[in-house]
Design a protein around this ligand. Structure first.
Ligand code: PLP
Length: 391
């Protein structure tokens, strides 16, 4: 269906951070399947592990114990604040599970009272009806009403607007069952969460007996330089969702929860493909390789290099670039509206053999594979400099 405005191009080959189109033109990929191909394209180890997995078993059913799934959930719970995991296939599905879980928690904890889930303005949580309803960007909801009820929106990084919503609910004898929020907003324009805001949000959730669930679909699995985005904020959520980077280009999503939120019982939620051996092998390999190759260190160093390069470029083109935002290898250049737009820059970059993706609020987003090298960042910055010269 006509759901995407596509570039008139297809890629025949990928290797690391590079893609080749059918005409043989080479592109440096700072999109990575939109923050997804953590190990880059056609990674040798991932290929080897997945081929072996295909020879062993590809899909069974959650009716049976799945070794690869148990191994993966052990890894995830050992490396995070969570104690239990539900597997699905995408970010929207992971958040849909989180929304159901928050609702069940609210309906049990505040039985007999109307409950709400709080979400942030300019957030993005997915395209299913419930996740779209939780998305604080009306442009995505247009034409798909009525939205799922039960969401209220506060301003991201603004604790007063959270408090206002909670007070309103209390006054009307309603309760807040939980908060769903990104630790760094991605689609909304690469907006990092504020530490103090998240600390206060954590306290407010504790005081009100509400769950705090983070949407780490874009920020999780090393993207920010920490394994989980919440580590940058020095808080622990009651649960968080993953997808994108977890499978290194293969479809997998997950909802991870601490004991307090481990409330699903058999029959409450399910997914036919969720946690299948193939997808779990992909995710396990990504996680093992992040540790083995010290990829988090690379993300921090390459993120700093990118940021320094951006600082130089924005000093050279102050009329075009209004500011620089981001963490690790999720960074954005905020483009001055009155000068040009992020889309024009991504089109020019495409001509120069550099793949970029816009985000909301006129931002050019950089989410390259986590394995990007020093030399590749230098090439990226050179190309970017040329693009701005021509604008
Ligand atoms: C923070 C966040 N949540 C959810 C989603 C939806 O994920 P998916 O496209 O895998 O359904 C996205 C996708 O961009 C995202 O960035």
């Amino acid at each position: 269906m006509n759901t995407y405005t596509r570039f008139d191009i297809s890629f025949k080959k990928g290797n690391g951070c590079w893609l080749w189109d059918t005409k043989g033109k080479k592109y440096l990929d700072a999109v990575a399947g939109i923050a997804t191909c953590s190990l880059g394209h056609s990674d040798r180890i991932l290929r080897k592990k997945l081929l072996a997995q295909l020879k062993k078993v590809q899909h069974i059913s959650n009716l049976y114990k799945i070794e690869e799934q148990e191994e993966l959930s052990n890894y995830l719970t050992k490396e995070s604040c969570a104690e239990s995991v539900f597997f699905c296939n995408s970010g929207a599905e992971a958040n849909e599970s989180a929304i159901k879980l928050i609702r069940k928690y609210g309906n049990t904890t505040f039985s007999g009272k109307e409950t709400f889930i709080l979400a942030a303005e300019s957030s993005f949580h997915g395209r299913t009806l419930a996740t779209l309803s939780a998305t604080g960007q009306p442009k995505y909801q247009e034409g798909f009403g009525p939205m799922v009820k039960g969401f209220k929106f506060f301003k991201y990084n603004d604790i007063a607007s959270v408090k206002k919503l909670i007070d309103e609910c209390q006054k009307n004898n309603q309760r807040v069952s939980g908060v769903l929020i990104e630790p760094i907003q991605g689609e909304g324009g690469v907006i990092p969460g504020d530490k103090l805001f998240f600390k206060e949000l954590r306290e407010i959730c504790n005081q009100n007996n509400s769950l705090l669930i983070l949407d780490e679909v874009q920020s999780g699995v090393g993207r920010t330089g920490k394994m989980w985005g919440y580590e940058n904020l020095e808080i622990e959520p009651d649960g968080f969702t993953l997808a994108k980077g977890l499978g290194g280009g293969h479809a997998i999503g997950a909802l991870l929860v601490q004991e307090k939120a481990n409330i699903f019982n058999p029959g409450d939620h399910a997914s036919t493909f969720g946690g299948n051996p193939f997808a779990c092998r992909a995710a396990l390999t990504v996680l093992e390789e992040i540790t083995r190759r010290k990829i988090l260190k690379n993300v921090i160093e390459r993120g700093a290099q990118l940021n320094q390069g951006f600082t130089k470029i924005s000093a050279k083109f102050p009329k075009i670039i209004s500011s620089i935002r981001g963490l690790g290898l999720i960074q954005g250049l905020v483009i001055n509206d009155s000068y040009t737009d992020a889309k024009t820059i991504t089109l020019k970059a495409f001509d120069k053999g550099l793949l970029l993706v816009p985000a909301g609020g006129n931002v050019v987003r950089f989410v390259p594979p986590l394995i990007i090298s020093r030399n590749e960042i230098n090439i990226l910055l050179k190309k970017l400099d040329l693009i701005f010269e021509e604008i």
